[in-house]
Design a binder for this molecule. Structure first.
Ligand code: ADP
Length: 451
């Protein structure tokens, strides 16, 4: 087992990882930027090292500084969390070359799955359904138009190296497709350092269903059921739940088997997520595999009783899986709300500043993963996630009621947050019925404007 782990991240996930390490008896090193000097991970870790100025490129993405910190602190593992360097194969290689275990899959697997075109190709060869589209990077507008003739509109243009809901454009005609192609190529090159884009059929009103994978270094792979992440804004998840109201035992078995097959094809070890879109007719398609722990992992923990971060650390340390597929059963219902420092009534504008009043929810079935505290200054440099409010109940309806009262209790002032929006969603009959698609939020917001 590791004796000391450096947490190469910030915010709630850094806190989450430090907590898991403490419970495993592993010492921790937090890294921080100058903007995070007084942050909770810095307070909770055994040691803390400043790795640079606030801008991410100078601190949380600064590989030489982070590796130096790891060497100075003499750690034997690095946990990358999510975002930042978590899917950076080059970083994983550098860690390994310094004899520090990167807590994640191999650099080779990360590189393969980090390219959505290559990932789709591998899945197709492994017999996993994929969305019809171009099988290679689209270089010219003629290529794009030819594919459009074949798969027909609507079409989505995507960056091969895209992530976080960025780098995608939906098109309904040739003119839009040609202009989207060019903008996406330029944006992808600027944001991801790889200008490759591809196109695929845009599914209308799908659900986003993803499977949690856990795999050891010896080829044993299991899944921990699904998460339904259909409630999104601009392709970014806002509410997640497990199980999914749209998945029954039979579909779970089928999708779960294919998710495990996908992970096998990728030679996967560590925790990971196989993402699918499920269409109105019950057909589902692979969209991508995320080679890291996900923001929404707690909902799976709540219904399986498995601590995913601890398992991730244990398999990285070379332990074999402690459970078999048949040992896993989903019990009850869990839902997570992402509480972001954004103003939903003003186009989701970021809302940095100091938190002066904080009242956190608690009680039966409530879990709050957060790094905020009263007096905390929200820096403007990072993503806007302040907290993940996770609830569990016996049934979906029970979980919804717990969430409603937890949202009522939650006060973060004077910052604008997504709490009021969540309160509205949780009292919407359509959401209660679970009859939702990825367009839900847009419709919901439009309705609000119309009223
Ligand atoms: P990212 O890597 O940026 O998260 P994904 O490929 O995982 O991008 O897609 C994110 C979201 O974008 C999906 O959950 C879905 O809502 C939407 N999306 C992606 N591809 C399609 C598609 N072909 N049809 C419809 N929606 C899509």
């Amino acid at each position: 087992m590791f004796s000391k782990i450096l947490v190469a991240n910030r915010g709630e996930i850094a806190v989450r990882i430090i907590r898991a390490c403490k419970e495993l008896g592993i010492r921790t090193v937090a890294i921080y930027s100058e903007a995070d000097r007084n942050s909770l991970p810095v307070r909770l870790a055994d040691e803390a090292i400043c790795v640079g100025p606030p801008r991410p490129e100078q601190s949380y993405l600064n590989i030489p500084h982070i590796v130096s910190a790891a060497e100075i602190a003499d750690v034997d593992g690095i946990h990358p969390g999510y975002g930042f360097l978590s899917q950076n194969a080059h970083f994983a290689e550098i860690c390994e070359s310094c004899n520090i275990t990167f807590i994640g899959p191999s650099a080779q697997t990360m590189r393969l799955m980090g390219d959505k075109i290559a990932a789709k190709d591998l899945m197709r060869k492994s017999g996993i359904p994929i969305i019809p589209g171009s099988m290679a990077a689209i270089k010219t507008k003629e290529d794009a138009l030819k594919t459009a003739r074949r798969i027909r509109y609507p079409i989505i243009v995507k960056a091969a190296a895209g992530g976080g809901g960025r780098g995608m454009r939906v098109c309904h005609n040739d003119v839009r497709l040609v202009s989207a192609l060019m903008t996406c190529q330029v944006e992808a090159e600027a944001s991801f350092g790889n200008g490759d884009v591809f196109v695929e059929k845009y599914l209308e009103e799908p659900r986003h269903i993803e499977f949690q994978i856990l795999a050891d270094r010896y080829g044993r792979i299991i899944h921990l059921g699904e998460r339904d992440c259909t409630i999104q804004r601009r392709h970014q998840k806002l509410i997640e739940e497990s199980p999914s109201p749209a998945v029954d035992a039979k579909l779970r078995r089928k999708m779960g088997e294919l998710a495990v097959r996908a992970a096998k094809a990728a030679n996967y070890h560590s925790v990971g997520t196989v993402e699918f879109l499920l269409d109105k007719d019950g057909a589902f398609y692979f969209i991508e595999m995320n080679t890291r722990i996900q923001v929404e992992h707690p909902v799976t923990e709540m219904v399986t009783g498995v601590d995913l971060i601890k398992e991730q650390i244990c398999v990285a340390a070379g332990e074999s899986l402690s459970m078999k597929q048949d040992d896993l059963h989903l019990e009850g219902w869990a839902i997570e709300c992402r509480i972001n420092a954004e103003d939903p009534s003003n186009g989701f504008a970021p809302s940095p500043g100091r938190i002066l009043e904080l009242q956190v929810p608690g009680g039966r079935g409530v879990r709050l993963d957060t790094h905020i505290f009263s007096g905390y200054e929200i820096p403007a440099f990072y993503d806007s996630l302040l907290a993940k409010l996770i609830v569990a109940g016996k049934t979906r309806q029970d979980a919804i009621r717990v969430m409603q009262r937890a949202l009522e209790e939650f006060v973060i002032e004077p910052i604008h947050t997504t709490i009021p929006l969540h309160r509205q969603i949780f009292s919407d009959p359509t959401f209660w019925r679970g009859q939702i698609s990825t367009n839900y939020i847009d419709r919901f917001l439009q309705q609000g404007e119309a009223e």
